[in-house]
Ligand binder design. Structure first.
Ligand SMILES: [Fe+2]
Ligand SMILES: [Fe+2]
Length: 278
């Protein structure tokens, strides 16, 4: 990779917008971009392997949506391949020193998967499936890097291949939820309605811990780290992010009938998400 290329689209590496960071100059900005890239790749891998593919295994091995079983196998291999691409790129660009060699669970993935544990089997499987349906219909802003020509080619190619598959997954998971949700019992539907706002919020938790670790690894002092984090992340949940990517998920929730149930919008409002319907 040549020196003038970016490791990640500059506007997506929020830490680099802070004066205490960009004041340190280009080498530090590039090093934090590189750490951000590694964290993104390792976190994407974790989403595929620990969230989406286990949800697809539930579709493959149950009667939740028989007509979606065959394609579940196809999407499962797509996600496995995305994980491989992430791992492969991490290996290819490592120059001895390699942040995030292993798969990385972001704060968002951690909190989201904790929601699965709030249900007993087989509710847990159903909750995981609902999470995957929401996740797969939220188009990540990181995929916009496919057309950012300041980003090095290997990442652009990875993102482009991923974005192409994710467009198909968006359709698959939407149709899947539209198929299974109306057949759930009233109790199961209520369970998913109550959890839905938490799913939206937890998927958009800012990864403060990851950012903090990156700054520390880059040699920032503890007091600098606290100032940078405090002034970069306002609030736990990235509501701007929710707003940007929620449209397709809301369409899915409307089409499957979830939003027709009177308590649904109230549940969103109670969790600070009333703006989704305004
Ligand atoms: Fe994927
Ligand atoms: Fe996907």
């Amino acid at each position: 990779m040549s020196d003038d290329m970016n490791y990640f689209s500059p506007h997506l590496v929020r830490l680099n917008a802070h004066p205490l960071v960009f004041g340190k100059g280009e080498p530090v900005i590039k090093a934090l971009q590189r750490r951000h890239l590694y964290r993104y790749l390792a976190a994407t891998e974790a989403i595929e392997i620990e969230m989406v593919n286990p949800a697809l295994q539930f579709v493959m091995s149950s009667n939740i949506a028989p007509e979606f079983v065959l394609d579940a196998y196809k999407v499962y291999t797509d996600e496995g391949f995305h994980a491989l691409m992430c791992m492969d790129l991490r290996n290819n660009i490592s120059n001895g020193e390699m942040p995030y060699l292993l798969r990385y669970r972001s704060s968002a993935l951690d909190r989201t998967l904790a929601l699965v544990k709030t249900g007993t089997e087989p509710d847990a499987q159903l909750i995981l499936l609902a999470i995957a349906c929401v996740n797969e219909t939220m188009i990540a802003s990181s995929l916009s890097q496919a057309t950012d020509y300041t980003v090095f080619a290997a990442l652009r190619e990875l993102v482009m291949a991923h974005a192409r598959d994710e467009a198909a997954h968006n359709i698959y998971f939407t149709e899947l939820m539209v198929d299974f949700f109306p057949r759930l019992s009233a109790r199961e539907q209520r369970l998913l309605i109550d959890l839905m706002p938490d799913i939206f919020n937890s998927l958009h938790l800012s990864d403060k811990t990851g950012a903090e670790n990156d700054l520390r690894a880059q040699g920032f002092s503890e007091s600098e780290i606290q100032i940078i984090l405090g002034e970069t992340f306002n609030g736990e949940v990235d509501h701007e992010g929710v707003r940007r990517v929620c449209r397709s998920s809301l369409r899915m929730l409307s089409r499957c009938g979830l939003l027709d149930i009177p308590q649904a919008q109230e549940a969103f409002a109670e969790k600070g998400l009333a703006y989704l319907f305004q």
